[in-house]
Ligand binder design. Sequence first.
Ligand code: ATP
Ligand code: MG
Length: 563
Amino acid sequence: MPTNRTKRPLNFIEEIVEDDLRTNKWEGRVHTRFPPEPNGYLHIGHAKSICLNFGLATKYNGLCNLRFDDTNPIKEEAEYVESIKEDVRWLGFDWGDRLCYASDYFDQLYEWAVRLIKAGKAYVCDLTPEETREYRGTLTRPGRDSPYRNRSIEENLDLFEGMWAGQFPDGSRTLRAKIDMAASNMNMRDPVMYRILQATHHRTGDKWCIYPMYDFTHGQSDSIERITHSICTLEFEDHRPLYDWFLDELNVYHPQQIEFARLELTYTVMSKRKLLELVEEGHVSGWDDPRMPTICGLRRRGCTPESIRNFCDRIGVAKFNSTVDITLLEHCLREDLNKRAPRVMGVLRPLRVVIDNYPEGQVEELDAVNNPEDPGMGTRKVPFSRVLYIERDDFREDPPKKFFRLAPGREVRLRYGYFITCVDVVRDSQTGEVVELHCTYDPATRGGDSPDGRKVKATLHWVSAAHALETEVRLYDHLFVKPDPDDVEEGRDYKANLNPNSLEILTSCRVEPSLAGAAPGSRYQFERLGYFCVDPDSSTERLVFNRTVPLRDTWAKIEKEQK
Ligand code: ATP
Ligand code: MG
């Protein structure tokens, strides 16, 4: 299992755990869980919770369960369960034999509900959903008691069994906890424990037509699994008194709930409802669209599990909400890929270059370094010939100040190759667009060194036209144009901030021939351009790449400063 790589001070949850270990509060045990609801794919926010829960178990020699909180048969699907397992595994964590489902506890929960009825702590209520809401009151107005609140225990037992037996239509009755309709905490105003729902559950099938509410399930599931630290996000702070009430009234094992701030990222929406909407309305190609903040989207984009874990470690765990800048995630990615991704040459927008004095038909195999950060990664050969492609952006007919790349009459270095000098420019007679450059090369500069100490100010990447593979490259930008996608005018929603230019597809890119047959998921640094990952849409005939993240482009920075 992965461990934290950086040395940092303890976060407040680790402090609690270490205190508990010192006082032997849980007999030395640390047992956490990651409790997703299988109603969508996991996202980077879940990764924070996964790293935290599994990370604590690893660090303190404890255990971490993977538990599906599957209480809502309408929105949940087996597809989500499988994807969640795959994503947790991919992130590098292992739940061993502790794969749990809240639905496995339905019998126990039913029995506990009956116990609360017998203790006079729960009742069957016939108010409609609208009436229930109305009776509940507001933050400033106390609720009113339901007219069914004082039913006898016998009648409640009878009616609850009727609910269980399918005698009543959906929504006609509920089982509610009998707490306090005037409580300042709205969660304590006789919350619903069970509802009637004639729906097929992905695991229990048609066994049940009543389903426990999340709030009646979550804390008890933690209790059943003998979790020590029930870690959840801040919005559950107000639910804690209710969870405490259930566990105390039932007089069962009582874990400690600890709330932490959820991860929010700039330019990103994180709610599953919104992510599902983006998928269903076709704003993205699916849950694994590389622009999505989902784990499978990030994976397809080319992120490594190591970089995501490192990101989660760096953002830390706090008690107050804040938004993390997405550039931190990009930084963690570059840092990791820089070490592990082999470097290759690829040209996104090719411009043809003919080397007039290079012998026709000659091909040289030049030595190229696979990763200067890691000599162990070795070298490879790249073919050089008379006709090459360079990046269109690397040539300017009228070079602005500080533009040091190729221009008429100017000499530059081709990486691992030769010095070349531009001697002529061929234009399309109709459009005037530059379609080809003519250059000369200096045979004495083979490998990119000049024998007379002559200096050039730029080194360009290139590919040999006859040898290069034609490929598709997909470039991504943020899915939203504003750092806060919810920052919209009244009456509009976050979709008004969708970035119309978040995907750019380039179809006639060229990459060096060493990439032939690269497997989907392989990651490379295209020299000077960024990190790229082979997409599953690739075939043996045609590679498709996703740009994971660009390198910081120095010229783009200069140009921006000049403007
Ligand atoms: P949503 O509200 O978008 O549906 P959720 O929080 O209900 O998300 P769950 O499947 O219930 O999704 O989440 C599983 C676990 O992941 C929970 O413990 C939850 O606290 C945690 N989690 C969800 N989103 C985040 C986030 N953005 N940052 C940190 N933890 C999160
Ligand atoms: Mg939830």
